[in-house]
Structures are given as structure tokens and as C-alpha cells.
Design a protein. Structure first.
Lengths: 114, 111
């Protein structure tokens, strides 16, 4: 079985500051990793994903994440955040089979203030 | 553009009534999923399907059922609605890389 831990339930930052949202996972098999963003009263939108290859993955809206197999981590970063990045961010893992369900973390609320 | 639609977007019902939430996708994906989202619990998987006539139970399936008669639709039925089933429900489809695409959600209130 897999599990995902998002270490921070809430991260407050000021506009134009850098941010890192942390995600650790546990799995006994190879995994695919995902970050999703959820704006208020909306569904989840895919931000980026790691399937294989380069461990640094770039996504939409200037976000990137780095897969670290030895640390079992997949932290999300952005060098300079905007007010519009205020949202909830979910990390998820699957067993990379094409028939796998996703296991989600409990989410991190990013609060960007002026 | 391919999309997922959910209906209704908002629903208020009474305890004990049967409720069906619709999910329709034009992605042509075989994999479809239903989740519920509650404060403090994140997203929890209710049921999922890997193709027509295939259904599987998720983490929190008690009190819910699904049926898959075609590729496009996976309706979720609450047999006898309970107040504990007040939640936001999301439908999703999945491709061969396990990437899932989510609908806009249905907010269900059971009084």
C-alpha cells in the first residue's frame, strides 16, 4: 500500500516570495507522482507529474517539482508567487501500472498575501 | 475539447432518499473514479471502474453504488442518503499514465 504525507496543512507567504510545498510518499514499488491544484469551489487541476526520466519536472503557472527517490520526496516549488496562486495543493501517488488508483495527501493550503 | 461534466452541481435531499449523481466524460477514457472531499479528510475514493461492466469498491464505498453501461458515464447512487454523506463529490477519468482529470464537483447536502 502507498501513502502520501503533506507536512504542512497551511503555508502563508507574501507575494513575490519563493515557496516550497513538501510531499513525502511511501511505496514498495515504483511510482508515478502528481501535484494537483484546487481553486475555491472548483475541481482539481493537474499542475505537473513525474512518470520517468528527468527528476526535475516543470508544470503550469511557473511551478516545478523534484523527484528524490532516496528521500522519497516530491516537493513543489515556485520562485515567486502571485496572489492568484492562493489555492489548495494536493500531492498524489500511483503504482505506475495504467490501472492504478491515486492516493492523495490531505492537501496544503497556500495563502499568498500582498 | 474533451471534458467531464457532473450534474447536478448542487443538491439538497432528505435522509433516507435515493440520490443519483451523474458523471459524463468525452475523454474516451476507460478508467473512471468517484471521490468525496471533506474537511480534514482530503479526497477519499468511493468507487472506480476500468471499463464497461467493471466496477470496484474504494476506501469508503458503504452506502454507495455505481454501474458502468457505457464508456462515457459512471453514475453514483446513494441507496438511502444519510447526513454523514453530506459532502462534495468529484468524478474523474484516468488515462494510461494514471493521470486523472476531474469534473467540477457536486455539492450534496443531506438534511
Amino acid at each position: 500500500a502507498q501513502s502520501v504525507t503533506q507536512l504542512d496543512s497551511q503555508v502563508p507567504v507574501f507575494e513575490e516570495a519563493p515557496v516550497e510545498l513538501r510531499c513525502n510518499y511511501s511505496s514498495s514499488v515504483s511510482v508515478y507522482l502528481f501535484w494537483y491544484v484546487q481553486y475555491p469551489n472548483q475541481g482539481l487541476q493537474l499542475l505537473l507529474k513525474y512518470l520517468s526520466g528527468s527528476t526535475l519536472v516543470k508544470g503550469i503557472n511557473g511551478f516545478e517539482a523534484e523527484f528524490n527517490k532516496s528521500q522519497t520526496s516530491f516537493h513543489l516549488r515556485k520562485p515567486s508567487v502571485h496572489i492568484s496562486d492562493t489555492a489548495e495543493y494536493f500531492c498524489a501517488v500511483s503504482m505506475n501500472s495504467g490501472y492504478s488508483t491515486l492516493t492523495f495527501g490531505k492537501g496544503t493550503m497556500l495563502l499568498v498575501s500582498p | 475539447d474533451a471534458e467531464i461534466t457532473q450534474s447536478p452541481r448542487h443538491k439538497i435531499t432528505e435522509t433516507g432518499r435515493q440520490v443519483t449523481l451523474a458523471c459524463h466524460q468525452t475523454w474516451n477514457h476507460n478508467n473512471m473514479f468517484w471521490y468525496r472531499q471533506d474537511l480534514g479528510h482530503g479526497l477519499r475514493l468511493i468507487h472506480y471502474s476500468y471499463g464497461v461492466q467493471d466496477t470496484n469498491k474504494g476506501e469508503v464505498s458503504d452506502g454507495y453504488s455505481v454501474s458502468r453501461s457505457n464508456t462515457e458515464d459512471l453514475p453514483l447512487t446513494l441507496e438511502s442518503a444519510a447526513s454523514s454523506q453530506t459532502s462534495v463529490y468529484f468524478c474523474a477519468t484516468g488515462d494510461s499514465s494514471d493521470t486523472q482529470y476531474f469534473g467540477p464537483g457536486t455539492r450534496l447536502t443531506v438534511l
